[in-house]
Design a protein around this ligand. Structure first.
Ligand SMILES: [Zn+2]
Length: 478
């Protein structure tokens, strides 16, 4: 069987690739690290975009679009920013058959471009805040790539805001971090830890970087989205000024925040099982698939398809995303396995006997629970089960996160957990960069974040014995 997926327990990374390729979420492109997002994967992305975009707009943001090419001199204005990104930048040096006077970077992120425009647009305190988001692609040259998780070109959104005060910029940074947490937990059913990054892991040019961190089912962490307080660094580098209410020249404060198609990788690795994808109902491209069971004799066009089409219409009428699999080239058994692999939350089977009894069989993807449902009440019942499935998926993932978060009391224990089941390790930390580098060398774990919602708990770090102001999260990460 070409459709077979390697069991998760046997080889996690092969399992991941099998799921991505065989469910037709994505395929490899001709250039290394550039993937094709296929219609099923793109439908998932569109549903994710729609929920996030709605939330961005509810929090006062508007969308715009900025150019793909960034002149080299623009990128070089913020020193830390260019140093951080230059190893990953792709350059265009020839255009229209001629050598360009100035090389153009293909955007790795758009601070340089957007801040240049903000310098032109902002004059007075009345122009602030600026709350702009853009949905686009970016390129960061990668040596080791994996579909969705690390690709040279990827799709994302990047928000770029300007504020009159430092307090407003910090509030914005935290507000958007909370939007990401909401999206991960309420929409993707993926629990996350909100935290602040260390100096070595923060965004190039930022004062503070916050992230949401999720735990994948192989015990490795995934940085889910980031939100940066850029202080006045970019306002100074790009010479953005405004006249405040006292007619004094002032520098604004800026933020940026982003989430990408990497989220799809996180979704697969949180919920998937040996049979393939398990998709949360809120973003599944199809929430329900109807599989008609052909009659033993006679034409299914007369016997079952009309009832299936009526059912599809009734479910659509209840605002459910539903697909009728009326391929006459495949048997029902094949279709069951196929849609199970693709993670469709509910499967509805309708055959001649069911039609006689005015019922159908409904099967839930995550638990495989089966029930008979009267056709008339199917839209209501399907909605109930989809809601329950959404809740249960989050609950299961929360239990996994709790079961795989360990508090350790010695560094030996730290190393032991990292060599074994992994997961999140909660421990004090001295905040020393050299110590952080040594931990990575010795255990492959990195500091994922200083949790925002934790009581301060001063102590000592168990590796070096130096004082620690509070506990942090460590994990091996994607
Ligand atoms: Zn230390």
């Amino acid at each position: 069987m070409s459709k077979e997926i390697t069991p998760k327990s046997q080889d996690f990374s092969q399992w991941y690739l099998d799921v991505v390729l065989k469910t037709e979420l994505a395929d490899y492109g001709p250039v290394k690290g550039c993937m094709i997002i296929r219609p099923y994967g793109y439908a998932l992305w569109e549903n994710m975009q729609a929920d996030m975009d709605r939330r961005f707009k509810e929090t006062g943001h508007v969308n715009a679009y900025f150019p793909l090419f960034i002149p080299k001199s623009f990128l070089e204005k913020e020193k830390e920013h260019v140093e951080g990104f230059s190893p990953e930048v792709a350059w265009v040096t020839i255009g229209g058959g001629e050598e360009l006077e100035e090389p153009l970077a293909i955007r790795p992120t758009s601070e340089a471009m957007i801040c240049t425009m903000y310098a032109k647009w902002v004059r007075s305190w009345r122009d602030l805040p600026i709350l702009i988001n853009q949905w686009c692609n970016v390129v960061r040259w990668e040596k080791v790539t994996r579909p969705f998780l690390r690709t040279t070109e990827f799709l994302w959104q990047e928000g770029h805001t300007l504020h009159a005060t430092e307090e407003e910029a910090e509030a914005e940074t935290l507000q958007m971090l909370e939007v990401y947490r909401w999206f991960y937990e309420e929409v993707m059913a993926v629990p996350v830890v909100k935290g602040r990054k260390s100096e070595s892991e923060k965004f190039a040019g930022a004062n503070k970087t916050y992230s949401v961190e999720a735990l994948m089912s192989d015990g490795k962490a995934l940085q889910g989205a980031t939100s940066h307080n850029l202080g006045q660094n970019f306002a100074i580098a790009y010479d953005i000024e405004f006249l405040d209410q006292n007619q004094q020249r002032a520098r604004p404060w800026s933020t940026s925040w982003g989430a990408s198609t990497r989220m799809i990788g996180g979704l697969i690795m949180t919920h998937g099982d040996d049979a393939g994808l398990v998709l949360p109902p809120r973003i599944a491209p199809y929430q329900i698939v109807i599989v008609p069971i052909p009659p033993r004799k006679g034409d299914w066009n007369e016997a079952v398809l009309p009832a299936c089409r009526d059912t599809q219409a009734a479910l659509r009428g209840a605002s459910l995303r539903v697909h009728l699999d009326d391929r006459d080239t495949q048997q029902p058994g094949f279709k069951y396995a196929d849609w199970e692999m693709r993670g469709v939350p509910l499967r509805v089977e309708i055959g001649p006997k069911d039609i006689e009894k005015q019922q159908c069989v409904m099967v839930r993807r995550d638990t495989r629970e089966k029930e008979f449902v009267p056709i008339l009440t199917l839209p209501t019942r399907a909605r109930q089960v989809l809601d329950a499935m959404q809740r249960d998926m989050l609950e299961r993932a929360r239990r996994f996160l709790a079961d795989n978060t360990t508090r350790v009391s010695t560094y030996d224990q730290f190393k032991e957990v990292m060599a074994g089941k992994r997961g999140f390790l909660v421990a004090g930390w001295c905040r020393d960069a050299a110590c952080e580098a040594a931990i990575k060398e010795e255990t492959k774990a990195t500091m994922r974040g200083v949790p925002l919602e934790a009581e301060p708990s001063p102590g000592a770090f168990l590796r070096c014995g130096q004082p620690s102001p509070g506990e942090v999260y460590f994990a091996q990460a994607y």
